[in-house]
Design a protein around this ligand. Sequence first.
Ligand SMILES: C[S@@+](CC[C@H](N)C(=O)[O-])C[C@H]1O[C@@H](n2cnc3c(N)ncnc32)[C@H](O)[C@@H]1O
Length: 513
Amino acid sequence: MPTLNWIGKESVVNHDKEVPFRLLKKVKVHSVGNNSQNLIIHGDNLEALKALMPYYMGKIKCIYIDPPYNTGNENWVYNDKVNSPKIKKWLGKVVGRDSEDLCRHDKWLCMMYPRLKLLKDLLTEDGVIFISIDDNELDNLMLLSKELFGNENVDLMIWEKVTSNEGKLKIVHRYRTDHEYILVLYKDKYSTRFRKIEELPDIINKTENADNDPRGDWISGNVSTREEKSNKNSEKYFELTSPTGKVWKREWKYDKDEMLRLIKDKKIYWGSNGDNVPRLKVFVNEVKPVYISSIIRNKGTAKRANVDVGEFFGERVFDNPKPVDLVKYLLKFSEYKDGIVLDSFAGSGTTGHAVLDLNKEDNGNRKFILVEMEDKVVKEVTVERIKRAIQKYDYKAGFEYCELDKPLFNEYGQIDEECSFEQLATYIYFIESNTNLDKKLINKNYIGNYNDTEYYLLFKDKGKNVLTKDFLRNINLNKNKKIIYADKCLIDENILIKNNIKFKQIPYEIKVY
Ligand SMILES: C[S@@+](CC[C@H](N)C(=O)[O-])C[C@H]1O[C@@H](n2cnc3c(N)ncnc32)[C@H](O)[C@@H]1O
């Protein structure tokens, strides 16, 4: 299989291992509710993903990312070029002096490689990663993904981002660019369970033949967008009058000719009193299964995405978001209605909004983790949008806002003073077992069992974390091997061996991940 080479590659292939492990600090004032298990993290996603590892390794079911496309357009709220001062500084540190010679594609690849590696580690065995991308980096991203995930674990879909009746289209070369791409990556394609068939189009409830239509049973389908969500500039925004004379003005699913035809064909139901919001009568005998296609159409456009963000802010606060419907559609591929959805290039927070909206729609219990690097974006757009969406649509959810805190180990290899027992226990259990700690099992100094080895941690008061005979008297000295982390050990080596105990000194024998 051909592999891709670029300047700086050798400096980043193992860089994920060198990223310092940071703690996450919850910030209450920016959070909403308690224990919602949704997270918004402010920080560079490289460090944020690493910080998530002891908690979420192999646990994320779905990842959607929309990284900078590397178009060279500098005028956006975020800096789309990888010349962003933060990324530049990072490249200087990681790649060293050679970073001056890197072209923008080299830089982009250096930025993506370690991040994609960490994302793969976070994914469940049956999980899926969707990546939005355009022509600028598609070829590079394809090869990079095949190198990291294997040839057969990379698929490509097309998203139709404009519809032909949307004005002001950008013409590149000789034809309009109406699409972008969505790369689909799996750890193991055959373990990932996808729906084959889309659900019936926008069916809202199962009212069967409410008006005793002699043509047969029908179910009710959606033909309109809520008034407050309607795009007033759309050709599909117009008035319709019900049989009783009530006027409904909003954005409809079809254009005027089609809506009038449906009314004429008596395929629109206005409710039992004749003036409710109109519904489409979807006759059961006419419904055909719609197979999921590699071309994604009618799932929101780039223009629609601006309306989605704009509904919460009077002015334009973020350029080039993705539409909520697109992310909802991708989430719906999975047969599961739970699990964690991660977006490490969160921008305006579309993925968080999509998770909440889909949960409300299908009674799901998905959780989100969003990571955004830019201070202004995360506080003024990501957090605000999710807060306002929760209020406006009464989503039964909240989120915790976190900042990346100091590294767990300082430059002298000492553990940060503010590190809590639970944080250190989580980290130690993770590096010992490569799995995540179950907090419920923590019992005083006992932190968990992995492969018949019991782990203990003495880390309460500085200077008092000593492994003594007293301590041993209070634990169950069964046959299992025991690894005990403490500052000091006052027990004879022979006694340790006799009891199948290994003492590991903090911090020197804590492996740095
Ligand atoms: C194309 S936008 C994502 C838009 C998003 N899908 C939406 O619908 O709003 C990319 C976002 O990633 C953020 N970003 C870029 N590099 C990052 C990094 N290393 N860590 C975290 N966020 C980053 C940018 O600040 C920007 O907000």
